[in-house]
Design a protein around this ligand. Structure first.
Ligand SMILES: *Cc1c(COP(=O)(O)O)cnc(C)c1O
Length: 355
C-alpha cells in the first residue's frame, strides 16, 4: 500500500453519536434532552472567573493545574497526588486504557453503558468484554467478576449507569471488589454521583481509600454544568493518579476550564441546590410516568431510560414532534435527560400518549 495506513484497530472504532440539538419549530420552544446536560445557566461568579481567564488567552494554561488540584484536594479531603485532572472524564477513560492496557488486553464493562467506553478501548487496540446489564438496567456484577480473565487489565463500573439509570450499592460494590484480583484496575465512573439519592449509596472516596486498585472518575460536565469546558478528575492511589498524569495531554485543561471548575467548587452549595431541584424533578417525572403506566428503571442520574425496543425511533419522533429531543439507541431504547420543568411536562405527556 502506497499511502500511510493507521493501525487496523482505528477502522474499528465505533462512532460517537452525540445527542442531537432540538429541532427548531416556529412558535414553540424546543428543548434538548439528549445529552444529560444541566439545564441551568452558569452561576454568576463562575462567568466572572472565566472572563478573567479570557483576557489571558495568549498565555498557556497553568500546566500543573495547581490551583485546581488544591481546590479539589480541599473539597474532597484527598492528597493532591491522589488526583489527576483531564479534559472531561472521557479524557480520563482514554488515559486509563492507554496507561494500563497493551494491545489485546481486556477491558470488562457493562453493556449497554457509556458509549465512549468501546471507543476508548478500541482506540488503544485493547479488547472490549461487554457484559449485558440485567433486565432492570442494573450492572450484573457477578457476571462481570466472572468475565475477568488473565488478559483483563481494567473493569469499568458505571454508577449510575448511563443510559439505563440505576446505581450499584456499596454492598454490591464491596462484594465485587472482594472477587476481583488486586492487579486488575477497577474504575468507578461516577459522572452522576451528585444526583444519587438511595439507601446504601456508594461512598467512592471511602472505597478508594480501602483499595489499591480503585480509581474514581468524576466530571464537571453534569451536576456542575460545565460540559462545554471539558474538565474532569480522577481520584486514585498515588501510583495510579501518577500514571494518569504521565499520559495526559500537556496543557489539556484550558485556563478558562480551570477557572470555571475552581469557581464552581467555591459555589458548590448553590450548585447543589440546583441539583436538588433536578432530583425533585426526576421524582416528579418518575411519578408522572408511573401514573400513566410506564415503569422505568430506577433513575439515579439526571436522566430516565425507556426500554422501547423496536418502538424507539417512533418514540423519538413523537418526542421531537412535541419539541423535545431525546437520545434514541436504535432498537434498544431512549434516554431522556431531566431538563427544564416545561420540558419534563412534555416528556410526561408524550409518554402518556405513546402507550
Ligand atoms: C457524561 C459522562 C461522562 C463524562 O463526560 P465528560 O464531559 O467527558 O466529563 C463520563 N461517564 C459517563 C457515564 C457519562 O455519562
Amino acid at each position: 500500500m502506497s499511502t500511510p495506513q493507521p493501525r487496523a484497530n482505528v477502522a474499528e472504532i465505533p462512532p460517537y453519536v452525540a445527542g442531537r440539538p432540538p429541532t427548531v419549530r416556529p412558535g414553540m420552544t424546543s428543548y434538548k434532552l439528549s445529552s444529560n446536560e444541566n439545564p441551568y445557566p452558569p452561576l454568576p461568579g463562575v462567568v466572572e472567573a472565566v472572563q478573567a481567564g479570557v483576557g489571558a488567552m495568549n498565555r498557556y494554561p497553568d500546566m500543573g493545574s495547581t490551583a485546581l488540584y488544591a481546590a479539589l484536594g480541599e473539597s474532597f479531603g484527598v492528597p493532591v497526588d491522589h488526583l489527576s485532572v483531564a479534559t472531561g472524564s472521557v479524557g480520563l477513560i482514554y488515559q486509563l486504557v492507554q496507561a494500563f492496557c497493551d494491545p489485546g488486553d481486556e477491558v470488562v464493562y457493562a453493556w449497554r453503558s457509556f458509549e465512549a467506553y468501546p471507543i476508548a478501548v478500541t482506540a488503544a487496540a485493547a479488547t472490549s468484554v461487554q457484559v449485558p446489564v440485567l433486565a432492570d438496567g442494573r450492572h450484573d456484577l457477578d457476571a462481570m467478576a466472572a468475565a475477568v480473565t488473565d488478559r483483563t487489565k481494567i473493569v469499568l463500573v458505571c454508577t449510575p449507569n448511563n443510559p439505563t439509570g440505576p446505581a450499584v450499592t456499596q454492598t454490591e460494590l464491596d462484594a465485587f471488589l472482594a472477587k476481583v484480583p488486586g492487579h486488575v484496575l477497577v474504575v468507578v465512573d461516577e459522572a452522576y454521583v451528585e444526583f444519587v439519592r438511595m439507601d446504601d449509596a456508594v461512598d467512592g472516596i471511602a472505597t478508594y481509600r480501602r483499595h489499591d486498585n480503585v480509581v474514581l472518575t468524576r466530571t464537571f460536565s453534569k451536576a456542575y454544568g460545565l460540559a462545554g469546558f471539558r474538565v474532569g478528575y480522577a481520584v486514585a492511589p498515588a501510583p495510579i493518579a501518577g500514571a494518569l498524569r504521565a499520559v495526559s495531554l500537556p496543557f489539556g485543561v484550558s485556563t478558562i476550564a480551570q477557572a470555571a471548575a475552581i469557581a464552581s467548587l467555591e459555589r458548590s452549595a448553590e450548585l447543589f441546590e440546583r441539583v436538588d431541584e433536578l432530583v425533585a424533578e426526576r421524582a416528579r417525572v418518575v411519578a408522572g410516568l408511573r401514573e400513566v403506566g410506564w415503569d422505568v428503571p430506577e433513575p439515579q442520574g439526571n436522566f430516565v431510560w425507556f426500554g422501547l425496543g423496536d418502538r424507539t425511533a417512533e418514540f423519538a419522533a413523537a418526542a421531537d414532534e412535541a419539541g423535545i429531543v431525546v437520545r434514541p439507541f436504535a432498537g434498544e431504547g431512549a434516554r431522556v435527560s431531566i431538563g427544564e420543568d416545561e420540558a419534563n411536562d412534555r416528556l410526561i405527556s408524550v409518554a402518556a400518549a405513546f402507550r
